[in-house]
Design a protein around this ligand. Structure first.
Ligand code: FE2
Length: 368
């Protein structure tokens, strides 16, 4: 859609498009975003707002689809085209397009689970893109035909980004151990949880890769924490208010080597009230410190959250076999497992950051 007319006053440029809709653009904003204000190769802005004078619009003219704006007091001319105005002409501040809204799910919304073939993803950028988008939008993705050998989990990380090393090392082991430091290293059932809520930031992605599974149980479970949070927001607004505004403390203490702590709400919102993180881990939650007149209501809200997160109708269950892997958004999707009594079970796990996942999706989508 082209531009048919422009006008201006001291502070505002008005652009009228072919469909008759007028859009107003602030002169200071235009001056801050002139094309020549960015480095030709790096694309980064070469000045700071602090170095700009208070500007006004001294003139504006239209030539085809290009608008030339003259700024005072500098006497500077800068051009802007129709495509640029349309790209930036939105009047809201929702940040649409940076990261799509999540696709919420429960057990009933998930069809048969599909495992992507690792060798195929390595050689097929389109299929890799689809698998990564699934992790971004649904919060998890499944993979198979990785070698069932120690360390092969890193080949899955290599599909999109970089390992996040922690005090547990680059890779951690999930198997029954004689003297466990963590309930994950037993045969006990592990309730639904997110990992490492005592870190800030919480690891954005977790990968778990099965090397051996000869157990008589040990099935994996996933639940969409964002879907549960939205259900609480709509069905229990008072509980949602408490869970999003009262921080609680999480801690991991390991002798002299680690004392990790974070003080955060169980459901975290961004400036637009979108849920950005669910922290839920009864093992590492500390005594809640909050005013006595809040505590009873908070515990009711906490029980509501816990009940919905453990509702079989909110989760999917499946069995990981050797060479299979699950990758999931650890700030959104809760994981757990059923108990087992006999048979070996050995998974390897690691963490990665979500920004590199999102980044690689955009790179794969860029025109070539
Ligand atoms: Fe875990």
């Amino acid at each position: 859609m082209g531009i048919v007319a422009v006008g201006h006053d001291r502070d505002w440029l008005e652009v009228r498009f072919e469909d008759g809709t007028p859009h107003r653009f602030l002169g200071t904003w235009l001056r801050d975003n002139i094309t020549t204000g960015r480095h030709r190769d790096a694309g980064q802005r070469t000045f700071d707002i602090n170095s700009l004078p208070e500007v006004t619009i001294a003139g504006a003219s239209l030539d085809a689809d290009t608008v030339t704006v003259t700024f005072a007091p500098e006497g500077l001319d800068a051009t802007f085209d129709a495509a640029w105005f349309r790209l930036h002409g939105s009047t809201d501040d929702t940040g649409a397009g940076v990261t799509p809204l999540p696709t919420l799910w429960g057990a009933e919304q998930q069809g048969p689970l599909e495992f992507a073939d690792h060798p195929t993803l390595v050689g097929d950028p389109a299929k890799l893109h689809d698998w990564l988008v699934g992790i971004r939008d649904l919060g998890f993705g499944l993979l198979e035909n990785l070698p069932a050998t120690p360390g092969s989990i890193l080949e899955a990380v290599d599909l999109f980004g970089y390992l996040r090393e922690t005090n547990y090392g680059r890779i951690f082991e999930v198997r029954d151990e004689p003297d466990p430091a963590n309930l994950a290293n037993t045969r006990l059932e592990i309730g639904m949880h997110t990992d490492n809520p005592y870190r800030d930031p919480v690891p954005g992605l977790q990968l778990l890769h099965c090397l051996v599974n000869e157990s008589d149980g040990g099935d994996s479970r996933l639940a969409d924490g964002f879907a549960v949070a939205e259900r609480i927001r709509s069905d229990h607004p008072d509980a949602f208010e408490l869970l999003t505004t009262h921080p609680v403390r999480f801690r991991y203490l390991d002798g002299d080597s680690a004392d990790l702590q974070a003080y955060k709400p169980l459901i975290e919102l961004d400036s637009r009230d979108q849920v950005t993180c669910v922290r839920y881990n009864s093992r590492s939650a500390q005594a809640f410190d909050m005013p006595g007149d809040v505590m009873a209501d908070y515990y009711r809200a906490y029980r509501t959250l816990a009940g919905l997160l453990h509702d079989p109708g909110a989760r999917i269950g499946f069995r990981l076999g050797p060479g299979q892997l699950m990758a999931f958004d650890n700030q959104r999707v809760l994981h757990g497992r059923s108990a087992y009594t006999t048979g070996a079970r050995h998974l390897q796990g690691c963490y990665a950051d979500k920004d590199s996942l999102h980044s690689w999706i955009r790179v794969l989508e860029a025109p070539r």
